[in-house]
Ligand binder design. Structure first.
Ligand SMILES: *Cc1c(COP(=O)(O)O)cnc(C)c1O
Length: 425
């Protein structure tokens, strides 16, 4: 954007995203030399002339193509705002995406993306289990608009999944394939490249399903779905990107072409974040790599401790994936780290899991994940309470299961807290 972009110095090779999070897209000289981008707490922007205002609107509403070097001017904070635009420029670097739209929540990003592509009569093919909010949207709200769905299980080979989906498709148009990998709370994987290949076979050229990956769990540091054939990558920025459990936000990224209808919906549904949330997210991006590195290091210690503990029946941690697991190829192809969300089954079912959760002191009992502090919750009665019990069993959500988001505390303090709480079981 001409109003903020600083010239990038000529370098031998492109800089890594973590090196650019403090400066990219912001010119201090346009803001009195302030080292940090100010919070542009304003609803509207003054045009230099009536002609300038007219030109800005022509671009914003797509009435004409931008001229050489012309970029959209600032109009009104539902359409654009410097904090939002600089944040989007920085977020794009992690996924090497052409375009980005940040939203007021992860659900706003998911809803806008599905609504941008689905029409009455279409179906959405999606992995399961899905985040509870996405599941509710697809199962309870989209059917009111004539949009159906076909679920397929995470953790199963692509060839098996493809056959099962095609057997129930009955000639309907697939608008989108929504993949959540790793799945919440089981860490089951979907092979992004293979599923994108399958999706490309559904529908003629130019009318194929859009392939969408909810990448919240591994975040933009540990997995890059666009590299593996996804069209759109989605985030709940509430989780790792925000990372401090102090805001709600979401993001969608992809090519300029694929993002166009999503950005249009955001403008007209009005689901953008305000400047304060955008500013907080820029603050968070400066430490994204080091936070995710620290929490995944801690998670490896925690997973080993749990796997060795006699009161733990099973640990779902990507770093312990068996060589014979059908998804080991997907793990090697697309995951750059096992991440820091671990689920495990406490012996003794729900009563034992509750005794454990109630005895934790350092680890907080709360839903959400990806923050600096470690959080634990009970999927069966909390995040996945909406899923009928029979379906929970099919998805591997057992009554004794606890989901743990490992934070950046000293790992020995986390282990001590878990050990003490397991004594109460
Ligand atoms: C939290 C979450 C969401 C929803 O995001 P909000 O910011 O709470 O709206 C979507 N997908 C996944 C995987 C999540 O963990």
């Amino acid at each position: 954007m001409s109003h903020t972009t600083k010239k990038t110095p000529a370098m031998a090779r492109p800089m890594r995203p973590e090196s650019l999070m403090m400066s990219h897209g912001y010119d201090p000289q346009r803001s009195e030399g302030a080292i940090k981008c100010p919070i542009f707490q304003t609803s509207t922007f003054v045009f230099e002339s009536a002609e300038a205002g007219k030109a800005f609107f022509e671009l914003a509403y797509g009435l004409r193509e931008p001229g050489p070097g012309e970029s959209p001017g600032l109009i009104y904070s539902r359409i654009n705002n410097p904090d939002l635009e600089i944040l989007e420029d920085r977020l794009k670097l992690w996924d090497q995406a052409e375009a980005c739209a940040v939203f007021a929540s992860g659900m706003a990003a998911i809803a806008a993306t599905l609504l941008a592509y689905a029409r009455p009569g279409d179906v959405i093919v999606h992995s399961e289990p899905l985040y509870g909010g996405s599941e509710h949207l697809i199962e309870n709200i989209l059917p009111r608009f004539g949009i159906g769905s076909i679920p397929f299980p995470a953790g199963r080979p692509t060839s098996e999944v493809r056959g099962a989906i095609e057997a129930v498709l009955k000639g309907r148009r697939v608008a989108a394939v929504l993949i959540e990998t790793p799945a919440n709370p089981t860490n089951g994987l979907v092979n992004i490249g293979e599923m994108a290949g399958v999706a490309h076979g559904w529908g003629a050229h130019g009318d194929r399903p859009v392939v969408i990956v909810d990448n919240t769990f591994l975040g933009p540091v540990w997995q890059h779905p666009l590299e593996h054939g996804a069209d759109i990558v989605l985030y709940s920025a509430t989780k790792f990107i925000g990372g401090h459990s102090d805001l709600i936000a979401g993001a969608a990224l992809g090519s300029t072409e694929a993002m166009r209808p999503i950005r249009e919906l955001r403008t007209f549904l009005g689901t953008m974040p305000g400047p304060w949330t955008s500013w907080l997210l820029m603050r968070s991006l400066e430490t994204l790599k080091m936070r995710m590195t620290a929490s995944s290091k801690n998670a490896a210690y925690v997973a080993k401790f749990l796997a060795d503990h006699p009161k733990i029946e099973r640990v779902y941690y990507l770093g312990h994936m068996n060589e014979r697991d059908p998804m080991i190829g997907a793990y090697r192809a697309q995951c750059l780290s096992p991440g820091s969300v671990i689920s495990f089954e406490v012996q003794g079912g729900q009563p034992a899991a509750f005794r454990f959760l109630n005895a934790l002191e350092l680890v907080q009992l709360a839903v959400s994940l990806g923050g600096t502090e470690s959080l634990a919750e009970h999927p069966s009665s909390m995040t996945h309470a909406d899923v009928p019990v029979a379906d929970q069993a099919r998805m591997g959500i057992e009554p004794g299961m606890v989901r743990l988001s490992v934070g950046i505390e000293h790992y020995e303090d986390i282990l001590a807290d878990l050990g003490r709480a397991l004594e109460a079981v």
